[in-house]
Ligand binder design. Sequence first.
Ligand code: FES
Length: 100
Amino acid sequence: MFAQRPDPRPATVEVFVGDAALRVPEGSTAAAAVMLAGLPAIRETPVNGSPRLPYCMMGICFDCLAEIDGVANRQACMVTVRPGMRIAPQHGARAARMSA
Ligand code: FES
């Protein structure tokens, strides 16, 4: 007779930002997870070491470059979280990966 209302809480997934485990809403970006984690910076510029956090959240500024699941230079704002994803700060310049 009565239909059960859907659970209004979004499903969450557990990711690791730095060394900390964190639950974030399913479908979030890795950059959003970084912001939720409250890190002071996700990367440092290679020129003078200035700290950076995600800024544009749409793939333009590259201030969200991070090491995601062991791969450096990932734009965290363009990556959707997966359970168990490891997002680590990136310090300085990393070698560019070239594909043949
Ligand atoms: S936050 Fe600007 S490119 Fe990701």
